[in-house]
Design a protein around this ligand. Structure first.
Ligand code: HSE
Length: 420
């Protein structure tokens, strides 16, 4: 029999305990042994959780319990769970976590500490979708060319509602929070940080890239307005918050930002809180993974899968997918300034003679070629210029935006969304 201790019995932890009980028949048959939750750690012991497991508010009750084989870490946060997980590993206990923020910062230290002890984290990226398993094992024969994904359900829910129902940003955020998908601090969702944590984990498995959130381009959906969405619709695009990893020679670009994607692309059709990740391998071609990226049972499904795997095999796959570095082929992170893309810009300007000519001159001076341009009347003698560009270099766009911002006839900071 395998005994599990759950540290953090909230929504996901409760579902883990419930699934192990509800599906005990199929789980023990698949694992070849019974798996039971021996105890769980909670902050508030007086809250009713409807579970028949022993609860404590002291992590030591799990970490020092020699009967517990697997510690499930569902506390949230970064440094506190890092300490807890280190202690679990050093006492020889296998660990399963859903904690993407912990892994975004400490995955390489944890891989080093785990060595021969199982450390699994399937639920950390895209909840119930087995993307870690697919990338680390199913696609291990491939050089990975790109990963493009909707990795944050909350932002996708918000973008979908803004597109289909025309609802305002704040109302939809509130809805997403009420549905229980948003992070405790929703800035992590709408600011792109949650998706970035997930992208960094995937980038380690795909490319062996050891980057931290502060090393990569992270933008959210907070700037996207109804006007941008209407422009997107008119020109056949959907607006999505994407995590993108792309190999270019010996460099890998990693970025999270809102993006305009052609409506006919599969990923543009992913609506609501669902996640989807497209992985292109050099031998397999494009593969697409779709499913619930959040929610108690969906996330717990991935946690329990890891528990079953550990129960039956101990440890076989290296935690981050590489047993040793690729000889002479180390990939490095592409500097953000060198990323190339097509861009969409919304520039609010004074509606008077000569402004358009000055704007187009500035585009030319920054080596940026306009593909389409629309002008729409806006408030009090101003107009919005909605412009899409041909492929340009990130640093040129950023420099141009700075110059535009400094001009007296440009009324507010221009909004930029990359086009995929
Ligand atoms: N806040 C996350 C989301 C939860 O909305 O996708 C899953 O990581």
């Amino acid at each position: 029999m395998i005994k599990v201790g759950i540290i953090g019995v909230g929504t996901v932890g409760t579902s883990v305990a419930q699934i192990l009980k509800d599906n005990a028949d199929v789980i023990s048959a698949r694992a070849g042994t019974d798996i039971v939750v021996k105890s769980g750690v909670v902050k508030n012991l007086s809250k009713e959780r409807g579970l028949d497991i022993k609860l404590t508010d002291n992590v030591d009750d799990i970490l020092n319990d020699p009967e517990i084989d697997i510690v499930v870490e569902l506390m949230g946060g970064v440094e506190e769970p890092f300490e807890v997980v280190k202690r679990a590993l050093s006492s020889g206990k296998a660990v399963v976590t859903a904690n993407k923020a912990l892994l975004a910062y400490h995955r390489y230290e944890l891989a080093e500490l785990a060595k021969d002890i199982a450390f699994e984290y399937e639920a950390s990226v895209a909840g119930g979708i087995p993307i870690i398993n697919a990338l680390r094992d199913g696609l291990s024969a491939n050089h990975i060319e790109s990963i493009t994904g909707i990795m944050n359900g909350t932002s996708n829910y918000m973008m979908t509602k803004m597109t289909n129902d025309g609802i305002g940003y704040d109302d939809i955020l509130k809805e997403a929070q009420d549905l229980g998908y948003a992070e405790a601090d929703p800035t992590f969702d709408v600011g792109g940080f949650d998706a970035a944590h997930k992208l960094l984990i995937l980038a380690s498995i795909a490319y062996g890239i050891d980057a931290k959130p502060e090393d990569i381009l992270i933008e959210g959906i907070d700037n996207v307005s109804q006007e941008d969405i209407q422009f997107a619709k008119e020109f056949g695009y959907a607006v999505k918050l994407l995590g993108i990893a792309k190999k270019d020679g010996n460099e890998v670009e990693l970025r999270v930002h809102a993006a305009l994607i052609k409506q006919e692309e599969m990923i543009a059709k992913i609506d609501g809180v669902m996640n989807a990740i497209s992985v292109v391998g050099d031998k397999v071609g494009e593969t697409l993974y779709y499913g619930p990226g959040a929610g108690g049972d969906a996330t717990a499904s991935a946690v329990v899968a890891n528990i079953i795997d550990i129960a039956r095999s101990g440890k076989s796959t290296p935690m981050l997918g590489f047993d040793r570095p690729m000889e002479g082929k180390k990939l490095t992170l592409k500097p953000t300034a060198n990323i190339q893309s097509k861009y969409y810009l919304r520039i609010n300007v004074s509606d008077k003679a000569g402004v358009l000519a000055r704007i187009t001159k500035i585009f030319e001076e920054h080596n940026i070629s306009v593909e389409t341009m629309l002008q729409r009347s806006a408030a009090e003698g101003s107009a919005n210029l909605l412009i899409s560009t041909h492929i340009a270099v990130e640093k040129d766009i950023q420099n141009m935006i700075k110059e535009l911002e400094s001009l007296d006839f440009v009324k507010s900071t221009p909004v930029m969304i990359r086009i995929i």
